[in-house]
Design a protein around this ligand. Structure first.
Ligand SMILES: [Zn+2]
Ligand SMILES: [Zn+2]
Length: 319
């Protein structure tokens, strides 16, 4: 099979012809129809996350057809395996499992024609979603959904960074009757117009701040300096959720910004329950994903465009 392989961090992926993987009992062999490109892939390729399996096939938003079961589509997400025994697994927090294995990081992922996944961690793809449009639901959508839940019942919600995840969360938040404020880099008129087209009532520069106080903020951009910016924008008792797996250092900040029972927290990974809930909700909204499609062998170009913030919506590879 053809695959894009990471031999070492900070190197471009290499197009390779590999032997077809085999599934073991309990695993599915999946013919990849689409694989979303996530910012986490960029962090892995750029060497910002410690100790990926090497060589590695990245990619953890896989939509594919199970080989030998015509018409059965599954989604393979970031959470690839958990131990089922640790204190986290036993208390509904499998996203924090000490021994978890992640797709496209500890396990080979979906920048390939075939992938193997533990069946217990795969999701059925909601009917009505074409393969390419379904792929971003599996991480951008799922992690966004978990972040939104952790933001509580906030009415006025600020989204910092308007990429793949925010463009989905914006639609879910509007469906739930919330008010959305999109905060982007100064001068990113295109992202701001995109946010307004998806129901944000205001879109502007993060540093200028929203016109109204926020009840909660979700930071999708990997920029630590947004933490004090977002804390400054939320009301007393409000929540700031950091949704990414990696962020540049957070600058020191006056305690006054946290005072007033403001909460600062991160979101790590997903549970299977998040996946079931979100994939049930998405068609009811209905969430429509905007995708930019690249052939498999252009994975490096897709990552470059994401790195430069040039992707509108989500980038998806089509093997
Ligand atoms: Zn565990
Ligand atoms: Zn992801």
């Amino acid at each position: 099979m053809r695959a894009m392989v990471l031999d070492a961090p900070r190197q471009p992926l290499r197009l390779a012809e590999l032997r077809e993987p085999r599934s073991e009992p309990g695993q599915l062999l999946v013919r990849v129809r689409a694989c979303g490109v996530c910012r986490t892939d960029l962090h892995v390729v750029d060497g910002e996350l410690a100790k990926p399996k090497l060589p590695l096939i990245v990619g953890h938003q896989i939509v594919g057809e199970v080989v030998g079961e015509e018409g059965r589509r599954v989604g393979v997400p970031w959470l690839g395996w958990t131990c089922g025994e640790c204190r986290y697994c036993r208390t509904g927090q499998e996203n924090l499992c000490d021994r978890a294995l992640f797709t496209g990081y500890d396990l080979d992922g979906g920048y390939a024609e075939l992938a193997v996944a533990d069946e217990r961690f795969c999701f059925p793809i909601p009917w009505g979603y074409p393969d390419l449009q379904a792929a971003p639901l599996l991480c951008a959508g799922l992690i966004g959904y978990r972040s939104l839940r952790l933001a509580g019942d906030a009415e006025r919600i600020g989204l910092y960074g308007f990429g793949a995840s925010a463009h989905i969360v914006c639609q879910v938040a509007r469906f739930e009757g919330r008010r959305v404020f999109a905060l982007t880099r100064a001068g990113d008129d295109e992202a701001q117009a995109f946010a307004r087209s998806l129901g944000a009532e205001w879109a502007g520069a993060a540093l200028t701040g929203p016109p109204d106080e926020l009840d909660a903020a979700i930071i999708f951009a990997p920029a630590g300096e947004l933490v004090p910016t977002a804390l400054r924008a939320v009301r007393k008792g409000g929540v700031v959720v950091c949704a990414g797996i990696h962020m540049s250092d957070i600058p020191s900040l006056p305690y006054e910004l946290l005072w007033g029972e403001r909460v600062l927290r991160s979101v790590a990974n997903l549970t299977r329950r998040d996946g079931e809930e979100f994939l049930e909700l998405a068609p009811r909204v209905p969430v429509r994903t905007e995708v930019e499609v690249f052939p498999l062998e252009q994975a490096n170009e897709a990552l470059d465009r994401l790195r430069r913030g040039e992707v509108r919506g989500a980038a998806v590879l089509a093997p």
